[in-house]
Design a protein around this ligand. Sequence first.
Ligand SMILES: Nc1nc(=O)c2c([nH]1)NC[C@@H]1CN(c3ccc(C(=O)N[C@@H](CCC(=O)O)C(=O)O)cc3)C=[N+]21
Length: 306
Amino acid sequence: MTGNAAPAPAPPHVIDGKAFAAALRQRIADAVPAFAEAAGRAPGLAVVLVGDDPASAVYVASKGKATRAAGMESFEHRLPADATQAEVEALLAQLNADEAVDGILLQLPLPGHLDEQAAVATIDPDKDVDGLTPVSAGRLALGIPGMVPCTPYGCLLLLQDRLGDLSGKDAVVIGRSILVGKPMAALLLGANCTVTMAHSRTTDLPERVRRADIVVAAVGRPEMVKGEWIKPGAVVIDVGINRLPPAEGAAKGRLVGDVAYDEAAAVAAAITPVPGGVGPMTIACLLRNTLVAAHRRAGLADPEGL
Ligand SMILES: Nc1nc(=O)c2c([nH]1)NC[C@@H]1CN(c3ccc(C(=O)N[C@@H](CCC(=O)O)C(=O)O)cc3)C=[N+]21
């Protein structure tokens, strides 16, 4: 971008997650004063970072900034890389008991000596804004209200914005992670799609993708999904954020998704770019979940239009 010109609008087949997320964040910020008035306090989000992985530190900083920009309280907690399981769980217990904290996010991955699942399971499900506790996963599977993981929820919002009602659509989810693939499949099923969950042992992946109206790629393999796999007119959601090795003389490699973007964009009706697609939706949905958790904890009806 040069000069002071506004950024050019994205071409119509590009799903502008950054703009959609900015609008969602604005609606959240607009809803915060009414909550604060009714509850006598701002919604609060606690983020816990264990260790000093630089990429995680960057995400935590941007989450804190977005939280404050929405008029919410941000509580940032850091534990050293050699923290014990008991220390992590003691901090989570303290945040569970803290009335000012509506949402708790334990930044993943944790250092290898810690048991992630066990730590996550100690988070109060009512404060589980990441939707990762067994209770939240169970509620999602059963179709009862709860906290839905931020990235798949953001993908669902983008899909519904493009396609409206998703009933009867054929969807393929590539990747079966706890953070994205599994909850994504549950959300699409809840929206009445016919869902195929593909993974590393799936046979005939290109043929399965070729039948899909909706493709969600969340495998963490750079540009793995090829343009010739995509059915003309399909909607492609690329959850991957992969950094390629730097070119000769460059400090940093290019960011790419799990989809070969240029090829797929030539065939798809719509596609999310990387960056600027799903990533910004994740943070907006984290704020949305925090505001929803705050309302429920205060005995207020869910905020509308979020
Ligand atoms: N418990 C937990 N919950 C998470 O949700 C979680 C986590 N742990 N650990 C790390 C991953 C990563 N993550 C991202 C959030 C936003 C962008 C994002 O906004 N990306 C921008 C910028 C990309 C860039 O320039 O690096 C984009 O895609 O346009 C990316 C990645 C949340 N995570």
